[in-house]
Ligand binder design. Structure first.
Ligand SMILES: Cc1cc2nc3c(=O)[nH]c(=O)nc-3n(C[C@H](O)[C@H](O)[C@H](O)COP(=O)(O)OP(=O)(O)OC[C@H]3O[C@@H](n4cnc5c(N)ncnc54)[C@H](O)[C@@H]3O)c2cc1C
Length: 225
C-alpha cells in the first residue's frame, strides 16, 4: 500500500469520484477518487488520484472540501463549531505572574481582569516547557486580556479550536459509523478532546483501518483508546 500526502502549501479544495474512463488503464485504482486543489503560492492547480483519502484537517475544513457532495459525514462535520483563538510569541514578562517565584509552565490569566469572554487565557513559559538554546525568557500567550508590548512581540498567530458542545460530542460518536464511506476517512485532534494525543490516535486509527501497520501506539495511548 502506498501512502502519499499533499505537498506543503498545496490546498485541497475538492474530492470527487473518478469517472470510469479515467480509471481505465490503472490496475492500482479500485475506489477511484480525484483530489483537486491549488498551490497557495503559485496558484497552479494540482490533481491526485487515490483509492482512499484521510482528511487530517479540522472538521469545518473537511466540510468545505466535501461541499457539493452527498457525503454522509457532512451533517456531523457541520455540527462541530470552532472558536478563534489568538496566540502571541513574545518576550513581555508583564503577562506573567508579578512574582517570578510564582512562574509555572502554564500561567492562567485571572478571569476577573478580562473582558467578558469565555476563551481560555494562558501564558506558556517556553523556557520551562522545553529546552531552548538561549536563556532569554520567551512566552506564548493565548487570548491575553491585552496584547503583549508590540516591541516585544515576535509573532501573532490566529488559531481555531473546536467547541465541544453536546451536539459536537454526539457528532464525534456518529462519525465512527461513516468513517471510510466513499473512501474518505477523518482524523484530527477535533475527533477527541483536542490534544496532540487525540490527533495521533485518530490518524493511527485511520491508517490501521486502511490496512497499514505503521507503528505501535505507545502503551499509555493504547490504554487510553
Ligand atoms: C498555543 C497553543 C498551545 C497548545 N498546547 C497544547 C498542549 O500543550 N498539549 C496538547 O495536547 N495540545 C495543545 N494545543 C492543541 C494542539 O496543538 C492542537 O489541538 C493540535 O495541533 C491539532 O492537531 P490536528 O492535526 O488535529 O490539526 P492541525 O495541527 O491544525 O493540522 C491540520 C492541518 O491541515 C492542514 N489543512 C487544513 N485545510 C487544508 C486543505 N484544504 N488542504 C491541505 N491542508 C489543509 C492545515 O494547514 C494543518 O497543517 C495547543 C494549541 C495552541 C494553539
Amino acid at each position: 500500500m502506498l501512502f502519499r500526502s499533499v505537498r506543503l502549501g498545496h490546498r485541497v479544495e475538492s474530492i470527487a469520484p473518478l469517472a470510469a474512463s479515467q480509471k481505465a488503464g490503472s490496475d492500482d485504482l479500485h475506489h477511484g477518487l480525484e483530489i483537486g486543489g491549488h498551490d497557495q503560492q503559485t496558484h497552479a492547480p494540482f490533481q491526485l488520484h487515490a483509492d482512499a483519502v484521510v482528511l487530517a484537517c479540522h472538521s469545518n475544513q473537511a466540510a468545505q472540501i466535501l461541499n457539493g457532495t452527498q457525503h454522509p459525514a457532512l451533517p456531523m462535520l457541520h455540527a462541530i463549531d470552532f472558536q478563534p483563538n489568538t496566540a502571541y510569541l513574545h518576550l513581555d514578562a508583564s503577562l506573567m505572574p508579578r512574582r517570578r517565584a510564582a512562574w509555572a509552565s502554564w500561567n492562567y490569566l485571572n478571569q476577573s481582569t478580562q473582558e467578558a469572554s469565555s476563551a481560555v487565557s494562558v501564558t506558556y513559559w517556553m523556557n520551562r516547557l522545553q529546552p531552548l538554546a538561549f536563556s532569554e525568557d520567551v512566552f506564548v500567550s493565548l487570548n491575553p486580556h491585552r496584547p503583549p508590548d508590540p516591541k516585544k512581540t515576535l509573532e501573532e498567530v490566529r488559531y481555531e479550536h473546536p467547541i465541544f458542545s453536546e451536539a459536537a460530542v454526539k457528532a464525534q460518536a456518529d462519525l465512527q459509523g461513516v468513517q471510510g464511506s466513499q473512501g474518505v476517512w477523518f482524523a484530527g485532534a477535533w475527533t477527541g478532546f483536542g490534544f496532540h494525543e487525540d490527533g495521533f490516535r485518530a490518524g493511527k486509527q485511520a491508517a490501521d483501518s486502511l490496512g497499514s501497520r505503521v507503528c505501535a501506539a505507545p502503551e499509555s495511548l493504547a490504554k487510553a483508546a
